[in-house]
Design a protein around this ligand. Structure first.
Ligand code: C2O
Length: 477
């Protein structure tokens, strides 16, 4: 299982029709800059970084990918063309496309040799590190075409109308388009399923009461990272979500070689911002160990700089961009959720207190439409876990197909592998998820009178396994 990505990827690179076509078309004008999975992704760095300082570029919105006009697309494509050329004409330039991809690899477990820098996934560093990474990427793209107004664009897959991979990245779907990636299976018209990014999945995430829930803590990743973030990675690599992936996005060490990575992460960044602005009770951590944490990057002048978490929090004043749309229209109140810690009986069934059970069991749609979520903390998956796992109620040995679309299907966890060799992704630690049980819970209690949790790989005939976790809360709002 752990080698499936590797062998597929290698044969894909050698044999694929797209590869041949791309080579024949001459790639991006200067040779053909295709990446491979890095053996080692450590670039040479000067001993000490200098402090980053903000520039005075105009503050401009990042636009949704679905709304880009022809001129926006031409600008973005010419910048990515220049980025790819830099890798060919000056492979050691730290700003080039492949070197930037390796920067991401270095901070997510490293390449095939396992040598790595600071891990920025699976904790509260996930949001601010990727914000800084996108900022420097945006600055480098703008500098390469000498245009201070270039801003990234975001793929807002959380909007039902925009679940398809944005067309500028896939039309044309060959290397004459600098936003194309040969190691991607999403093509024009490919659409993320609502079972991965629809409202039933997004509502509990956007309704998170605390930063720890949505953005993680110093030891755990947030629900946005563990869910849709990972699912979109895996899906871009292999839209069928079955069998081996054709993956740049599907592996963390190659993900940032695909330009769609930056549109995907711009959306993660926008959702962080949207969550913050949705309620005065939504706040970033105030811990000084988070605020003073330093990240190092190459800037647009190829200077080795450090930037702190506190620097990136003020994105418009410091990083000179905003988002064109940050409104969350959520059909439930964000303040004062009712939180109930659930214990388990000897058979590992979760115990609902009698009054709660009675209320939920007798509820009808009209009396009980407020969002209910199960917050499951401290989930431990096997070390070699990778891909998407559905979380299942009350049917511990069912296959994913047997529960798909039933009230037993509560949501999922997505684990993006680090490399083709290192199954298990970056999530070696405990995982926390927030699962929507708004309508499911009363149906489950009426059917079975109990609640237990298991997990099952999303595809194939594998049977489920009991879930190992530390705490479960029922959250009602
Ligand atoms: Cu650094 Cu989407 O991963």
């Amino acid at each position: 299982m752990s080698c499936q990505f590797g062998s597929t990827r290698r044969s894909f690179m050698k044999n694929s029709a797209e590869f041949t076509a791309a080579a024949a078309l001459g790639g991006w004008g200067v040779g053909t800059a295709f990446g491979t999975e890095p053996q080692n992704c450590n670039s040479k760095k000067p001993p000490a970084p200098v402090k980053w300082t903000p520039d005075t570029n105009p503050i401009l919105p990042r636009l949704p990918a679905s709304s880009l006009g022809a001129a926006d697309v031409i600008k973005l494509r010419s910048a990515y063309t220049a980025l790819r050329k830099l890798t060919v004409t000056s492979p050691s330039d730290p700003r080039g496309w492949l070197q930037q991809g390796d920067k991401h690899c270095w901070n997510c477990g490293g390449g095939l040799d396992g040598q790595a820098g600071e891990e920025i996934h699976g904790s509260w560093l996930f949001f601010p590190w990727h914000r800084a990474y996108l900022y420097f990427h945006e600055r480098i793209l703008g500098a390469l075409i000498n245009d201070k107004s270039l801003r990234l664009s975001y793929w807002d897959w959380d909007n039902n109308a925009d679940r398809a991979i944005p067309s500028a990245w896939v039309t044309p779907n060959n290397s004459t388009n600098s936003l194309f990636d040969a190691n991607r299976s999403a093509v024009a018209g490919s659409q993320l399923p609502t079972s991965l990014v629809g409202p039933a999945i997004m509502n509990p995430i956007l309704g998170s009461a605390t930063f720890a829930q949505i953005g993680g803590t110093n030891a755990t990743g947030g629900n946005l990272e563990n869910g849709p973030h990972g699912a979109v990675h895996i899906w871009c690599g292999n839209t069928s979500l079955a069998g081996p992936a054709k993956a740049d996005m599907g592996l963390l060490d190659t993900a940032a070689q695909d330009p769609i990575f930056f549109a995907h992460h711009a959306n993660i960044d926008r959702l962080w911002n949207a969550w913050l602005t949705a309620s005065p009770t939504h706040k970033n951590p105030t811990d000084s160990s988070w605020l003073t944490h330093r990240f190092t990057f190459w800037d647009e002048k190829a200077r080795w700089v450090f930037i702190t978490v506190a620097d990136v929090i003020n994105m418009s004043a410091n990083l000179r961009y905003t988002y064109s749309n940050t409104l969350l229209h959520l059909p439930f109140p964000l303040e004062n959720p009712k939180i109930l810690h659930l214990t388990t009986d000897a058979n590992k069934n979760l115990i609902l207190p009698d009054d709660v059970k009675k209320r939920i069991t007798s509820a009808t749609a009209s009396t009980d439409s407020q969002l209910k979520t199960l917050r499951v903390e401290g989930i431990m998956l096997p070390h070699d876990a990778q891909g998407i796992y559905r979380i299942v109620a009350n049917k511990p040995s069912a296959t994913a197909n047997e529960v798909a679309g039933t009230p037993n299907d509560l949501g999922y966890i997505a684990v993006v592998p680090r490399t083709s060799k290192d199954a298990g992704g970056h999530m070696h630690g405990a995982i926390t998820v927030d699962l929507n049980v708004t309508t499911q819970l009363s149906q489950l209690m009426q059917q079975d009178g109990k609640l237990s949790l298991s997990y099952v790989p999303m595809n194939g005939e594998a049977k489920g396994t009991r879930l190992q976790y530390s705490n479960v809360y029922l959250v009602e709002r």
